[in-house]
Design a protein around this ligand. Structure first.
Ligand code: MTE
Ligand code: MO
Length: 224
């Protein structure tokens, strides 16, 4: 357990990315015709609220977070699926953020009822630390799956390679595709028990970087 809900992640040395004036989610991939969905469209879809804990693969958890947004399944069925060619079988989906963080889910996991695209946390619009303007939330999977600053959704007909392009995630973690918290699916090849101590050692330096990144993100740029 950890105090509060820190800004965490793999792109921490940098401040949170600036939110565009008219944010969109680019929908693309092997199967779909690309198009840009204005984020404001989410407000017109059936809404979903969810209270859940959040678990980072490094070993901390934040409890009792209240999210509000649209179920990914709703967005998929109402907006994405109609644009996919009828004969195409979508097997995986990639979520991309404004800071280039990416995550991948099997369609089976992505369509679970507690997978959300959220713009609100605890009754307020998401702030930069937690993924403004919108983020994925998949509470049954480790945190790295829950891409913040969501700006791209790609649908795929096979498991895409090279999704976790950040060096830290690629070499250190080799993230598990399913990443289910209750199965402790942290790593593709290594058992969870062998990783816990090493991952835990990552918490203090990441917390430090995180504070650094958030502090800078709140400081207005110095006048030239
Ligand atoms: N865009 C983006 N999304 C991201 C990350 C990131 O660095 N960039 N880090 C991931 C990781 S490793 C975790 S644990 C959670 C942390 O969410 P928080 O910063 O809201 O605590 O976001 C995930 N989503
Ligand atoms: Mo994480």
């Amino acid at each position: 357990m950890i105090d509060g809900f820190p800004r965490f992640g793999t792109h921490l040395a940098r401040p949170a990315p600036a939110v565009p004036l008219d944010p969109v989610i680019e929908i693309s991939g092997a199967a779909a015709k690309s198009f840009a969905l204005p984020l404001t469209a989410l407000a017109t879809l059936p809404r979903r609220e969810l209270t859940a804990d959040f678990h980072c693969v490094a070993g901390w958890s934040a409890t009792n977070l209240h999210w509000e947004g649209v179920a990914f399944e709703t967005l998929y069925r109402m907006i994405i699926e109609p644009s996919v060619q009828p004969e195409t079988s979508v097997t995986h989906v990639v979520f991309g953020g404004l800071d280039d963080h990416r995550s991948v889910m099997s369609m089976e996991d992505a369509l679970e009822e507690d997978v959300l695209i959220a713009e609100h946390l605890d009754g307020r619009p998401l702030d930069g630390d937690h993924g403004a303007p919108a983020r994925l939330v998949s509470p049954n999977q480790y945190g790295f799956v829950s891409t913040k600053h969501l700006c791209r959704i790609e649908v795929h007909t096979a498991e895409p390679t090279g999704v976790y392009a950040s060096p830290a995630l690629r070499f250190l973690l080799r993230p598990h595709l399913r990443a289910r918290v209750w199965e402790e699916e942290r790593h593709r090849d290594l058992p969870a028990w062998s990783l816990r101590p090493a991952y835990r050692l990552l918490i203090p330096p990441i917390t430090f970087l995180s504070a650094h990144g958030s502090r800078r993100s709140r400081t207005p740029p110095a006048p030239l």
